[in-house]
Design a protein around this ligand. Structure first.
Ligand code: AMP
Length: 542
């Protein structure tokens, strides 16, 4: 019989194609580094073989609760080994990891649980206190991790028997199936659910390995909340190379400095707000600058003063930029050898730019309104648009919003930037009506809607005011109905009862709100007002 022509045997084949999934990184790590440390939490540590046991125990639990293909599992937890394990166990059974911000209010949690149709909730004790009621209302079962590492109460997984082999990746049939669902506040009042695929997570994690220089000697301190865009993919990236995850419950500067010294931390990542906290804390005197720590920072623009001061303390600053829709960081600002020889001030200024695309991100362009690239002149402002394999699949149950985000075949970021002659981008402003406080998104509209619900408010507008510590804080402008004597204190109490605390405006300013001829609020005028050097983001004390 004649042999089939070669052309039909070329191409995708069982032997040469396998869905890309970051679960494969743990399969390999267990094989390559079974006795190497995988995680440290409080006084305990777990090897990769022991961590594999925790993951398997979580998988068994999920299966016992009938979690399978396409099921959303919501998790609200601090940074601890079970939270790391959830990044492997939930997708391994075909489920979708929905990590939730631990500071969310009950109303938003209830909305997310209903919108995502979550089948199960996992939580640490603090998360259970936050979520318990919403989960009960939504009729979703909740499993709670124990309070302390040694405790056998609740969903106790940390003493599971070790395993020397795992084959999590085998269960993934389609690399485009969702691995995670992350809710992000955009310009709408309700958060949108960003769906991220196995394929994108795999590529993004490898991009992180290259960008941050992770290897088997890396000791990674979890100063970034794992709930924020799945810790920018670092739960997968650090394990890919057999590095150590040092889990941190809370951002407490003294504890961070202690762990850096005690565990020989080589890497950490966080929003600039954490770095400001470190610089302002007396515990910084314990820092030995001769033991460098690489710090990847993003989520909001860092100032050059911050970068310079961190440098003096032995923190090597890496600047990242991205968004939930791009699996976290999509660009990196790394300096050329010539730029490294610049004086500290000039170097810090260059580092405050957002940089150039990750090795695994395809295109990062700055475009004008017609979609044409702006000249690389460091002056012409345009919108950053992204395209490639590390972009979300879309927003869950929000076709219009997905179509708008992908208009013209690119992801619109709503961030306004210039392109420098060396092809590095620099953010100058934001077109979207978003407030970023301490690295977390806040929708102005959500706050405005609440303010409008107050019977004394006739019109309200909320903008981001610059703030030294948090980067930005919400600031509310309010027009009252005639005869009302409402003051800032009463307004604050009203908001505190109904909003997560980080979303409560820092200042309430009672004054006529500038409008266009057609009655649209002139937000740019309000933004200009709060950017005035004489403006304080904090309520004046009377
Ligand atoms: P999120 O989806 O919560 O991660 O927020 C993404 C948004 O944070 C971006 O669209 C930017 O507006 C902002 N952002 C992220 N990284 C940076 C950065 N390095 N510099 C300035 N803004 C940033």
């Amino acid at each position: 019989m004649a042999e089939a022509p070669l052309a039909t045997t070329l191409g995708r084949h069982r032997a040469n194609f396998r869905p890309l999934t970051p679960l494969d990184f743990l399969d390999r790590a267990v094989e390559a580094f079974p006795d190497q440390r995988a995680a440290i939490w409080h006084e305990r540590q777990w090897t990769y073989a022991q961590f594999a046991g925790i993951v398997q125990a979580m998988i068994d639990t999920l299966r016992a609760h009938a979690i399978g293909a396409g099921d959303v599992v919501a998790v609200m937890s601090g940074n601890r080994p079970e939270m790391l394990a959830a990044h492997y166990a939930i997708p391994a059974v075909g489920g979708i990891l929905n990590a939730l911000n631990t500071r969310l209010d009950a109303d938003t949690i209830a909305y997310i649980l209903a919108h995502s149709e979550a089948k199960l909730v996992l939580a640490d004790p603090a998360g259970a206190a936050m979520m318990g009621e919403a989960a009960a209302r939504a009729g979703v079962p909740i499993l709670v991790f124990p309070g302390a590492p040694g405790s056998a109460q609740g969903l106790a997984l940390l003493d599971a028997p070790p395993l020397t082999a795992l084959s999590l990746a085998e269960g993934i049939e389609d690399e485009l199936q969702p691995i995670a669902l992350n809710y992000t506040s955009g310009t709408t009042d309700r958060p949108k659910g960003v769906l991220l695929s196995h394929r994108g997570a795999y590529l993004n994690a490898l991009g992180n390995v290259v960008a941050l220089g992770f290897d088997a000697q890396s000791v990674y301190l979890w100063t970034l909340p794992m709930f924020h865009v799945n810790g920018w993919g670092h739960p997968w990236a650090v394990s890919a190379v057999g590095g150590v995850h040092v889990c941190l419950d809370k951002v407490v500067p003294q504890e961070i400095f202690r762990l850096i010294a005690a565990q020989g931390v080589t890497h950490m990542a966080c929003a600039p707000v954490v770095l400001y906290m470190l610089l302002q804390d007396p515990a910084r005197s314990a820092r030995d600058p001769s033991r460098p720590v690489r710090v990847a920072s993003g989520g909001a623009a860092p100032t050059s003063a911050l970068i310079r001061e961190m440098g003096a303390l032995g923190f090597e600053f890496i600047h990242l930029y991205g968004l939930t829709e791009s699996f976290g960081p999509a660009t990196i600002q790394a300096l050329t050898p010539e730029q490294m020889r610049e004086p500290p001030e000039a170097r810090a200024r260059l580092l405050s730019r957002q940089g150039i695309r990750h090795i695994t991100a395809n295109t990062v362009r700055v475009v004008d309104e017609s979609g044409a690239s702006v000249p690389a002149d460091g002056q012409t402002l345009g919108e950053i648009v992204l395209r490639g394999n590390t972009i979300m699949s879309g927003y869950l149950k929000a076709e219009e919003a997905s179509a708008a985000a992908f208009a013209g075949g690119v992801l619109h970021t709503g961030d306004l930037a210039v392109l420098h002659p060396d092809h590095r981008i620099e953010i100058r402003d934001r077109a979207k009506d978003l407030i970023i406080s301490g690295g977390e998104n806040i929708s102005s509209l959500e706050i405005e809607n609440l303010l409008h619900a107050h019977p004394d408010v006739s019109m309200a507008a909320v903008v981001a005011a610059p703030d030294e510590k948090w980067g930005e804080v919400p600031c509310a402008f309010i027009e009252l109905r005639s005869g009302s004597t409402l003051d800032a204190q009463a307004m604050r109490a009203f908001c505190r009862e109904r909003l997560a605390h980080f979303k409560v405006p820092r200042r309430f300013i009672f004054q006529p709100i500038p409008k266009t001829a057609t009655g649209k609020i002139q937000k740019f005028a309000l933004r200009e007002a709060v950017r005035d050097p004489g403006f304080s983001s904090q309520e004046p004390q009377s």
